[in-house]
Ligand binder design. Structure first.
Ligand code: NAP
Length: 286
């Protein structure tokens, strides 16, 4: 059976390694990125470049989108000369960016109006799992579309869950990123509190990581704290966006507001393009 022809829009920190894994799995992939020069890395790995977004849809069976936020996703799907501009009957569009459930349902509606299929599949895991093909994929949509996309998900992740109708995957993604935010804020506050009372950073990180409080995320982010260097794997501005979306989706628990405020202040202080763990740098000023 011939492989599905894949279209991919959005080649940032996540999109680039994900496309490389699809190529490695043998899928033909055409790409489009707003800043065209950023396509070179995946072109070198065997992808082809589409003239524009409408062309990307035209020449692909399944089109995936991995862009920053709700506004970018809407623009990519429905803006002038965007993905849905031409005849897209029967195509399957999959949004893998993190957006609100409402935006996801809107994109679904726009696809349906054009006779196209839509799924959402936001991913849990950052650049390293994206490189290793070990993301967790939170798929939502119909069983039929899920089965069609499953070989792609298998190339991108170690686990895919079909969590419900469109909107449920986006909600699951906001929930796990709320938990991520709590962990990062907690890790930073704990190390800074210990430091302020004479405990060495390295000792505190060891106490955390060797005990029951240690986790995948505390271990992953410890080197950034240790070296005081925060190059973006997951940009802080994106987590700030996700915490805002979670609040807009009704999250109103005691920690949700101060947590969002903390990340938003860090973003406003100029740390938005650094890694999420740069919340540590922000809190060090308190
Ligand atoms: P990124 O490195 O900031 O890349 C953003 C991508 O979106 C770039 O390709 C950018 O194009 C494109 N873009 C932004 N606005 C656009 C617009 N108006 N029109 C067209 N393209 C636009 O982001 P990322 O880290 O790859 O994250 C992408 C998505 O995945 C976000 O929703 C994020 O929340 C989610 N996510 C990220 C991680 C992570 O660890 N990084 C993990 C899970 C999920 P240009 O190159 O032209 O700027």
């Amino acid at each position: 059976m011939s492989k599905l022809k894949i279209g991919w829009a959005g080649l940032g920190n996540m999109g680039t390694p994900m496309v490389k894994n699809l190529l490695k799995a043998g899928f033909p992939v055409a790409v489009y990125n707003r800043t065209r020069s950023k396509e070179q890395e995946v072109l070198d790995a065997g992808a082809t470049s589409a003239k524009d977004l409408a062309q990307l849809s035209l020449e692909s069976d399944v089109i995936l989108v991995m862009v920053s936020d709700d506004a970018a996703a809407k623009e990519i799907f429905t803006g002038a000369d965007a993905l849905l501009a031409g005849d897209v009957q029967g195509k399957l569009f999959i949004n893998v960016s993190t957006v609100s459930p409402d935006t996801s349902r809107y994109l679904h509606e726009q696809c349906r109006n054009k006779g196209a299929e839509f799924m959402e599949a936001p991913v849990s895991g950052s650049v390293k799992p994206a490189q290793d093909g070990t993301l967790i994929i939170l798929a939502a949509g119909t069983e039929q579309n899920y089965q069609k996309a499953k070989p792609l998900f298998d190339a991108l992740g170690k686990l895919t869950l079909l969590v419900g109708p469109v909107g449920a995957g986006a909600a699951a993604k906001l929930a796990i990123n709320y938990f991520l935010g709590l962990n990062l804020q907690g890790l930073a506050e704990t190390v800074l509190f210990a430091q302020a009372n004479g405990v060495k950073t390295e000792d505190m990180l060891t106490i955390i990581n060797e005990g029951a409080c240690g986790s995948g995320i505390t271990k992953l982010k410890s080197p950034a704290i240790r070296n005081n260097e925060f190059p973006a794997a997951f940009a802080l501005k994106h987590l700030s966006k996700d915490l805002r979306l979670a609040k807009e989706q009704g999250l109103n628990t005691p920690l949700s507001t101060p947590l969002y405020d903390s990340f938003k202040q860090a973003q406003d202080a100029g740390l938005g393009d650094e890694d999420v763990m740069a919340i540590y740098k922000h809190l060090a000023n308190f």
